[in-house]
Design a protein around this ligand. Structure first.
Ligand SMILES: Nc1ncnc2c1ncn2[C@@H]1O[C@H](COP(=O)(O)OP(=O)(O)OP(=O)(O)O)[C@@H](O)[C@H]1O
Ligand SMILES: [Mg+2]
Length: 258
């Protein structure tokens, strides 16, 4: 079930370096939020902090809180591995398990969660592949390796893998940047469909993509090298792109900066 995500004064560090400073925002369930801003402003860092992938980097840590339907994912009794399992992530480059079959790629998370029943697995794999708009293209070759698919198909396979475990939130870091325009539109259509079920946060450098897929846009920026990234403003996507509150946002979305 889609959940609400709240960032409460979140700062992210790599060792002593404060990469992101004091971000607070609320992301409503069943919405698509786009993170935009110049390279190095901390979009990926914030995204990875939302499922505790950030701290996998040695020396990396956060201050502040991230709440998932009121529950602090950084609370001492919370298991980071569990958090990563319930908050799905799709990366810039499609990363299916290459030698694993298409079926097993999608089933992998379910098996990790202890699902053994063959009928249950088959049903979940089909539902996830249908959800990712990939079923028709792969239903006759489920036993073939994931690496045999095109880039766009591999990315949809990764989305199927992520949604198979029915995560509360789906994080996507530039999911279309390695894809051709047709595959990109297929993923964008898919995001529009998936938002009925998930809370989606997508990082994108493509302003058209942000306007096409997101309900809300958060603009981050950075004052200069060595400075922390900051959230400048967050509003409905139509407002950010037509009448933003800050000149810095306007300069960025109109292409005068970054
Ligand atoms: N593993 C790391 N170790 C140290 N510093 C890092 C690491 N990853 C990122 N940083 C630094 O943190 C800051 C934010 O990086 P991040 O990758 O989050 O930016 P971004 O907005 O996603 O950029 P891009 O648009 O280029 O992907 C940058 O100054 C970057 O150099
Ligand atoms: Mg990034």
């Amino acid at each position: 079930m889609a959940k609400r995500v709240e960032l409460d004064s979140l700062s992210c560090f790599y060792g002593k370096f404060r990469a992101v400073d004091d971000v607070s925002m609320t992301i409503e369930p069943k919405s698509v939020t786009a993170f935009i801003g110049p390279s190095g402003c901390g979009k990926s860092t914030v995204l990875r902090s939302l499922n505790r992938m950030h701290e996998v980097t040695p020396g990396a840590r956060v201050e502040g809180r991230v709440l998932l339907d009121e529950e602090d994912i950084y609370a001492p009794d919370v298991d980071a591995v569990n958090v990563r399992r319930t908050i799905g992530m799709v990366f810039q480059r499609p990363n299916p398990f290459p030698t694993m079959s298409i079926f097993d790629n999608v089933a992998s998370g379910l098996r990790l969660n202890g699902v053994r029943n063959k009928a249950v697995l088959e049903e979940s794999v089909e539902r996830s592949l249908r959800g990712a708009n990939l079923w028709e293209e792969v239903k006759d070759r489920l036993k073939k390796p994931g690496a045999g698919l095109s880039g766009g198909q591999q990315q949809r396979l990764c989305i199927a893998r992520a949604i198979a475990v029915q995560p509360a939130v789906l994080l996507m870091d530039e999911p279309c940047s390695a894809l051709d325009p047709i595959s990109t539109l297929a993923i964008e259509d898919l995001i529009n469909e998936l938002k009925d079920e998930f809370t989606i946060i997508i990082v994108t450098h493509n302003m058209q993509q942000a306007t096409r897929v997101s309900d809300v846009t958060a603009f981050f920026t950075i004052a200069g090298t060595g400075q922390p990234g900051k959230l400048i403003e967050m509003d409905t996507t139509s407002k950010i792109f037509s009448n933003p509150g800050e000149k810095r946002t306007e300069d960025y979305v109109t292409g005068r900066f970054g």
